[in-house]
Design a protein around this ligand. Structure first.
Ligand code: SF4
Length: 331
């Protein structure tokens, strides 16, 4: 039987084999919820996912929150609505569970900017350095790291390391520079970056500020220093959300992936959130990798139990230690 699944904007024919008949958004949600029960599954979603996915998730969070949720779940199947390295992290923390990613091509430019073979040589050149890696990296890079961090806990974790210990920080150089500014530490930086967070325009900040002089600028530390120097508040995705909830301001210029604005609007409907445009004015402030996942693909992944994340046992074992160290150091 054909199944025409339409979301709120009306989508395409996606499945010709299922015996579920649904032709609207509500029925698709019901089908996902039925599969959730059948599989004893949990849906974990990142704030940068499309709004439809955010609304169907059991847990919504940033990288740290999602890692904690993955570590604590007793579900048999984890459906990870995020990018590949995030689903890998869930698998590393749950090697005996099935971890599904709606689109296996949902990668990450930042993770890709740190190829394991080249990083291995770099690390060996600085063998006296402690390797602290941002969670936005592949399982192979995690396996070569001593501690993992997220944008939420990077400053806290580095402050716990003795000042005499040299540190190699990978893969995001912008987060690394921000951490240096907050800790006074000199870090050896791997030169990686995120295509989304390095695309924001300083000129557009001036333009928006002239239209909304009262607006506060809130930014993610993956942005470049030329952008961060204008920010009234810098923080992880979750802390940006908490900041706007507590603030008595009404207007905010949001300098990170635009997906978070969905939760900001839900949480503070009376406030105004303006996404900072990119240099070219294109939609590059939407992560093209994150947006590969759709509600329809999420449904199909659950129905087919595929695509599934698999990792070799040596990588699973080696990558687990630095993630667990992060969870201990940030508890
Ligand atoms: S927003 Fe940047 S760091 Fe996050 S998944 Fe997309 S490319 Fe990777």
């Amino acid at each position: 039987m054909n199944i025409f699944i339409k979301n709120k904007q009306s989508k395409n024919l996606i499945d010709s084999e299922t015996n579920v008949t649904t032709n609207n958004y509500k029925e698709l949600i019901n089908a996902i919820n039925a599969l959730k029960k059948e599989l004893n599954a949990i849906i974990l979603a990142h704030y940068y996912q499309e709004p439809d996915i955010q609304d169907v998730a059991d847990f919504l969070g940033d990288s740290l929150g999602l890692a904690r949720a993955a570590a604590n779940t007793d579900a048999d199947v984890i459906v990870f609505a995020g990018v590949h390295f995030m689903a890998e992290t869930a698998k590393i923390l749950n090697p005996n569970k099935t971890v599904l990613l709606p689109d296996l091509n949902a990668g990450c430019s930042l993770a890709d900017s740190c190829p394991p073979d080249i990083f291995s040589q770099f690390k060996n050149t600085y063998s006296d350095h402690l390797v602290i890696s941002y969670i936005n990296c592949s399982a192979s890079i995690k396996a070569m790291s001593d501690i993992i961090c997220t944008s939420a806990n990077a400053v806290n974790i580095i402050n716990q390391i003795p000042k005499t210990q040299p540190i190699l920080f990978a893969p995001d150089q912008n987060l690394g520079r921000y951490v240096m500014s907050q800790t006074g530490r000199n870090l050896l930086l791997w030169p990686g970056s995120c295509i989304v967070h390095e695309t924001f325009s300083e000129k557009k900040i001036f333009d928006l500020k002239s239209n909304f002089p009262e607006a506060e600028i809130i930014a993610h530390p993956e942005c470049e220093p030329t952008i961060l120097k204008h920010a009234d508040y810098i923080g992880s995705t979750t802390s940006l959300l908490k900041y706007v909830e507590k603030s008595n301001k009404t207007n905010f210029i949001v300098v990170t992936e635009t997906g978070i604005i969905h939760q900001m609007k839900k949480s503070c409907p009376e406030k105004n959130f303006i996404a900072l445009p990119t240099v070219t004015g294109c939609a590059c402030n939407e992560c093209p990798h994150m947006r590969l996942n759709t509600l329809e693909k999420l449904y199909l992944a659950m129905k087919n139990r595929s695509p599934e994340i698999t990792l070799s046992m040596p990588i699973l074992t080696a990558a687990k230690k630095p993630i667990e160290r992060m969870l201990e150091m940030s508890s």
